[in-house]
Design a binder for this molecule. Structure first.
Ligand code: 0L1
Ligand code: MG
Length: 265
């Protein structure tokens, strides 16, 4: 890697780290750094995660998929999904009120959590390989919070920003993956008691495990794998909804129960 690239990686990672810490927005970087492509985006994401682990004294707990639905890809003008890293200090506990004060402009989306008990190492990972390595699944919600002004970014920008990761929560009760059909599994998402979205697992790349397989096959290009004990969030089954203080969201899935989250100032 050229010295100038190393400088760009560290500069953008530091700007994104500070933006999150101070809850301030930044402008997308691609205009300033035309060399910013998907690969450089993942280099920056890695540098950002390394910095967060060190300065926030936390550890990697898993991964997340982003931009997995065609609708979201079209909305954001991108042509492929992205992945990001989950850290232990991003996990929220079921039932605890969640303060949005430290966040910039948070949104919430319904997802499925996969909990792995075997390593998954690409290439050529299939849906079946993902299901075989999955110990449990659970209903989940992801709180995303892009550090970019008005969620305005390109694919390399959002990858650098750890795919807008902020917080995540999944149900304490875990379910065996073989007991459900993830593709056909229905989902109802409610805000303050009103239904705001309905969907099924197939909204995530035709099958939520296909999204996870895509990621496993991408990870190996960077010498990485999904590790036993890690959690992977599938990608959203609906659009993301803005969170306001006082909001209460619930997600219910056919066969794997439900999960609730309440937000405060
Ligand atoms: O988890 C997601 O799908 C978010 C990925 C990044 C796109 C966004 O911030 O909306
Ligand atoms: Mg998500």
């Amino acid at each position: 890697m050229k010295a100038v690239e190393v400088d760009v990686i560290q500069k953008i990672a530091t700007d994104l780290f500070e933006a999150e810490r101070n809850a301030t927005e930044v402008d997308k970087f691609v205009d300033q750094y035309p060399e910013l492509d998907v690969e450089l985006g993942y280099d920056i994401q890695e540098a950002l995660i390394e910095k967060k682990c060190k300065e926030e004294n936390t550890k990697i707990s898993g991964r997340k998929l982003g931009l997995t639905s065609k609708a979201k890809q079209e909305m954001m003008g991108v042509h492929e999904p992205s992945y990001g890293v989950l850290l232990e200090n991003m996990q929220l506990n079921e039932g605890e009120p969640i303060s949005i004060a430290p966040l910039i402009h948070p949104k919430i989306e319904p997802e499925i959590a996969f909990i792995f008990n075997k390593e998954v190492k690409g290439p050529s990972i299939s849906v079946t390989d993902i299901l075989d390595a999955t110990a449990y699944i659970a209903p989940a919600m992801e709180i995303i919070d892009s550090r970019y002004r008005n969620f305005n970014f390109t694919l390399p920008d959002v990858i650098a920003d750890n795919s807008s990761s902020s917080r995540y929560i999944f149900g304490e009760k875990l379910y065996k993956v073989e007991d459900v059909d993830l593709r056909l599994m229905g989902m109802v998402f409610k805000k303050n008691g009103e239904i705001i979205a309905t969907s099924a697992g197939a909204a995530v790349m035709g099958h939520p495990a296909r999204a996870v397989a895509w990621m496993a096959n991408k990870l190996v290009e960077r010498g990485q794998t999904i590790k036993p004990g890690e959690i992977v969030l599938s990608g959203a089954l609906s659009e993301a909804f803005t969170i306001e203080p006082g909001d209460h969201f619930s997600v219910s899935f056919d066969g794997i129960g439900s999960l609730e989250a309440s937000f405060t100032e």
